[in-house]
Write a new protein. Structure first.
Length: 232
């Protein structure tokens, strides 16, 4: 029976599922949309518990909480443990996956590109540095500065604009790049950026799928989407 990776994504997210299906067409991806939370507070875990109850009935192999901003939680295994406790099913989450993927690739000093506004970028910088990654630079597109209603604009940023933004966010001396947000169309940019910068590049969607496949016991490599999935 084929593996099934259930996904919990924000209401506006249209990119994550499409990118995962391109990379791993043999996996089934049941999906639920959960209201976006600025922080993983008590209300967040209360809402997540309800959505996990619904997904549990799907009997997936793994459950992935696929939102970067809401999953910047410490300790890194807090969300995955919560998912497994509530469902008995292995769980992964995006922000922890970015950190673990960066460690797997030997990143210590990173450049970060996001679609976010300055306040969220600062939150991500603090999260990454608390996890031992030195952020040499972080650059966003300012989306969300006027309120959460702007987040629908993230998926409308074209792949060409994503590539240009990542180039502008590069920091000389970095040994890797993180491209943040599961609704950011990064998939085609990653291999190109790796060739140009000569260092590993990971995105929210790449890192979360990588971690979910690991949790599902899938060991084969995926070629064409960057060094993380091709070599790890």
């Amino acid at each position: 029976m084929a593996a099934s990776i259930a996904m919990i994504v924000p209401p506006t997210n249209t990119v994550n599922e499409a990118e995962w299906k391109r990379m791993a067409p043999g996996i089934r991806f049941p999906l639920l949309r959960m209201p976006l939370h600025a922080h993983a507070d008590e209300q967040f875990f209360s809402d997540l518990k309800l959505f996990l109850k619904e997904l549990k009935a799907e009997k997936p192999t793994v459950i992935a909480y696929a939102c970067t901003a809401s999953s910047m939680v410490l300790p890194l295994d807090k969300l995955s443990k919560f998912i497994e406790k509530e469902t008995g099913i292995p769980g992964v989450a995006t922000a922890p996956a970015l950190v673990l993927a960066a460690r797997e690739l030997g990143m210590k000093k990173v450049a970060v590109a996001t679609p976010y506004h300055d306040a969220l970028n600062q939150h991500e910088k603090e999260f990454l540095e608390a996890c031992g990654l030195k952020v040499l630079g972080i650059k966003g597109l300012g989306i969300g500065a006027g309120g959460p209603q702007e987040y629908v604009k993230i998926a409308k940023v074209t792949p060409e604009e994503v590539l240009a933004h990542c180039r502008s966010a590069w920091s000389p001396g970095a040994d890797g790049m993180i491209v943040s947000c599961t609704d950011f169309r990064t998939l085609d940019a990653v291999p190109q950026l790796e060739r140009e910068f000569g260092v590993p590049v990971i995105s929210s969607n790449l890192a979360t799928l990588w971690m979910a496949r690991r949790a599902a016991g899938i060991k084969d490599r995926l070629q064409g989407w960057g060094s993380l999935l091709a070599e790890h």
